[in-house]
Design a protein around this ligand. Structure first.
Ligand SMILES: *Cc1c(COP(=O)(O)O)cnc(C)c1O
Length: 384
């Protein structure tokens, strides 16, 4: 297949599929073997070597979607993140970490890195000065996440790649929020792109998985550590993830469209103080978002007026469910103050822009009018 010329939906549907030579079925067969021949073979296959037929097939799809040479899939997003960091950091090294990152990644940094003798610093913000002033002589990695959770702040990918190259440092992004449909960081010079495939890549809230995409050389280095740490994904789940990813682009584009319309609708609502969505022209980072994103994701946050109780509002709706994870085809909402940021006290949360009335909205693929009707219903209930 001359895959360079394929369009996005064709890549999602076909790239990496395994031909069923035995029965001529239309989809990839599932190979569940955990034991393969070792004599007269080119490679010895084993799930924890990350090289079963289904694993290798799906990695081709993910690599092509991220404009990368190679990819690896893992048992979770955190397995992908931890393995990648431990592949490039060792005793005496230092990592610069963006101020706001996913809670699980934050916990890994502050709870585990010290045990390996790895130093870390968080930046004070998202600017060039914030990043360069945090770099030390022993810095080996810059780690970013954009758009960030839950306020959808944008980090400039070109700027990060330039800083990293100037200092001879590796740049790593958690690209989960954007998905490869909306953002391809390697095109902007970022070295490694990581995904929690639990989110958009799987998109149906029924799989936990992770992925990394990068150059052949970087993937090789990650693989050497991955086979020792052992965070591989079951082939059954690999197969399910392949099935899910066939609709990745049509799902994400529908979610982009829905979120954009709803962001505009919420912005005009008298009971909403603020809407955070990088596709809105008055978002402080709109220009950077426009430069590096093809779509603005199905994720947005909004802040209710203080007189409205966020929990009553969320509980009142019928279609839109309260749920902690995100990026499924179904719309869900979460209160960051009660979940991801509950360990901080109210004042500390306020400093970070997380008020009690802030709601993170993962917009699904339902009809826009139905979602807006549900939101209206929630506002009416919470008001009374
Ligand atoms: C969910 C998530 C992760 C962690 O992924 P798991 O699959 O839960 O291990 C990492 N980064 C971001 C941005 C996430 O949303």
């Amino acid at each position: 297949m001359k895959s360079k010329k394929l369009g996005i939906n064709t890549i999602c549907t076909h790239v990496g599929e395994i031909e069923d030579t035995q029965f001529k079925g239309a989809i990839s067969p599932l190979f569940m073997a955990s034991s393969y021949a070792y004599e007269d073979v080119d490679v010895i296959r084993y799930p924890r070597y990350f090289n079963t037929p289904n694993q290798e097939g799906l990695c081709k799809k993910i690599a092509m979607l991220e404009h990368a040479e190679k990819a690896l899939i893992f048992g979770s997003g955190m397995a992908a993140i931890s393995t990648t960091l431990l592949a490039f950091l060792g005793k005496g090294d230092h990592i610069v970490i963006q101020k706001t990152i996913y809670g699980g990644a934050y916990n890994f940094m502050v709870e585990e890195l010290n045990k390996f003798g790895i130093e870390y610093s968080f930046t004070a913000g998202f600017s060039e000065e914030n990043f360069t002033s945090t770099i030390q002589t022993n810095t080996k990695v810059i780690y970013i996440e954009t758009p960030s959770n839950p306020l959808l702040q944008i980090t400039d990918l070109e700027m990060i790649a330039r800083i990293a190259k100037q200092h001879g440092i590796l740049s790593i992004i958690d690209n989960t929020f954007a998905s490869p449909i909306n953002q391809n960081p390697l095109d902007f010079g970022i070295d490694i792109s990581i995904h929690s495939a639990t989110k958009y890549l799987s998109g149906h809230s029924d799989i936990c998985a992770g992925a990394v995409a990068a150059s052949q050389e970087h993937i090789q280095q990650i693989w050497r550590v991955a086979k020792n740490l052992g965070g591989s994904l079951s082939d059954y789940t690999v197969w399910l993830l392949e099935r899910s990813m066939k609709t990745l682009a049509i799902r994400v584009k529908a979610q982009n469209r829905n979120a954009e319309k709803i962001a505009i609708w919420l912005q005009k609502h008298p009971l909403v103080l603020q809407v955070y969505y990088p596709g809105l022209k008055d978002h402080p980072d709109y220009k950077i978002a426009r430069k590096q994103m093809k779509g603005y994701t199905g994720m947005l946050s909004f802040e209710l007026v203080e007189s409205l109780d966020a929990n009553i509002f969320m509980k009142s709706m019928e279609l839109i469910k309260q749920s902690q994870s995100f990026a499924g085809v179904e719309s869900t909402m979460v209160s960051p103050a009660n979940t991801s940021h509950s360990m901080l006290d109210r004042e500390e949360r306020k400093l970070q822009g997380i008020s009690d009335g802030l709601i993170r909205f993962s917009v699904g693929i339902e009809e826009t009018e139905d979602l807006i009707a549900d939101l209206k219903y929630g506002f009416d209930k919470a008001k009374s």
